[in-house]
Design a protein around this ligand. Structure first.
Ligand code: MRU
Length: 340
């Protein structure tokens, strides 16, 4: 397989490396990831994360294992285990479905490599297309608000919602971004604030519960978020706290956009009720850990509710920004989301 280089994944000289995002922004540590167990560990611990990125990381690993000489049944088993590593982001299942189709062919070793390379380079252009489609919506916007991390740490390209923000900044330098810190794992405060600062895009971190007061003061012109799975009716799952923002946006009459590539659409999922939501370990809420160490601030063993995602109903979405264009509620009702 050829070398594949991105911000958070590198396939170089036949070795797959994953950037440990739990240590960012203070420490850059690359982990060699050469088997299924290692990949499942980095995905479940969120060392690597983001809907498009985990799908591509698993596809690259499967192609690598094929090159290492794994046979068909072993590769089928690897795909099955990787598919189950996280339940919500459908890019993982969609990408691995393409890898399974490649595995079904006679010359499956070459086809798996070809498919993984295709998925990698396709994601880069999908990000660019979302950026161009979405930036047109932000012509008169100054203050944007975003949630979680949707940039080059969550994809192999520029990102989803963050690609749109980057493009808007390129087109109109008067952009400033409020970054939800995104409790419990702080993907906003640690990763998005870092990415935006590296790009010289002005940004301000807020605690998640500060968004409402900013909106009430008229300080948010548009909200952009990513998605982990979009149902056919336009409902979508994204990082926990996204639904809060959608409700607030509706109340304050602020445009609320979801930005995702076609690989995030689940053509078999009719509505948000059918999206499986990952439940995570309570310790993530009882305290915090990262490059700065580990702290427990709650009573030990305190009862915790910790869903990783929530589901936002389509009726709260102003526009779905995909690589194929910008869709509105009527387009979704007409089934256009899946017709491309
Ligand atoms: O748990 P994470 O960090 O993988 O969650 C990521 C998100 O919720 C993103 O917003 C989503 O993957 C879409 S953007 C690439």
């Amino acid at each position: 397989m050829q070398d594949l280089l991105s911000t958070a994944l590198r396939y170089e000289k036949n070795t797959l490396y994953i950037l440990d995002q739990t240590l960012l922004p203070h420490e850059m540590k690359w982990l060699e990831c050469s088997d299924v167990d290692a990949m499942v560990e980095v995905i479940q611990s969120l060392r690597t994360r983001g809907a498009p990125l985990i799908g591509i990381a698993c596809s690259v690993l499967v192609a690598h294992l094929a090159e290492q000489g794994m046979d068909k049944p072993q590769l089928a088993h690897a795909i099955e285990v990787l598919r189950a590593s996280r339940p919500t982001a459908v890019n993982l299942m969609n990408n691995l479905q393409e890898m399974s189709a490649a595995l079904a062919s006679e010359n499956y070793h070459q086809q798996l490599v070809k498919t993984a390379e295709k998925l990698f380079f396709e994601d880069i252009s999908l990000c660019q297309q979302m950026a161009e489609n979405g930036a047109k919506l932000l012509k008169n916007c100054h203050n944007l608000l975003t949630h979680c991390n949707t940039g080059s740490l969550a994809t192999v390209g520029m990102g989803t919602a963050l690609s749109v923000i980057q493009q808007a900044y390129k087109n109109n330098e008067n952009i400033h971004v409020y970054v939800d810190e995104t409790r419990p794992l702080l993907q906003g405060g640690r990763l998005t604030a870092w990415e935006l600062s590296e790009l010289n895009i002005p940004n301000t971190i807020i605690c998640d519960n500060m968004a409402a007061s900013l909106m009430a003061k008229g300080q948010v012109d548009a909200i952009l978020v990513g998605a982990d799975r979009i149902a056919v009716n336009g409902d979508f799952a994204n990082k926990i706290g996204t639904y809060n923002l959608a409700v607030l946006a509706d109340y304050h009459d602020i445009p609320f956009y979801v930005v995702a590539p076609y690989t995030t659409i689940d053509v078999d999922c009719l509505s948000g009720e059918n999206i499986p939501v990952e439940q995570r370990d309570g310790d993530e809420v009882r305290g915090v850990k990262g490059s700065f160490g580990q702290v427990l601030w709650s009573p030990e063993g305190a009862k915790v509710y910790n869903p990783a995602f929530d589901v936002t109903p389509a009726k709260l979405v102003t526009g779905w920004v995909l690589d194929t264009g910008v869709f509105e509620a009527e387009d979704i009702k007409a089934g256009k989301l899946v017709k491309h």
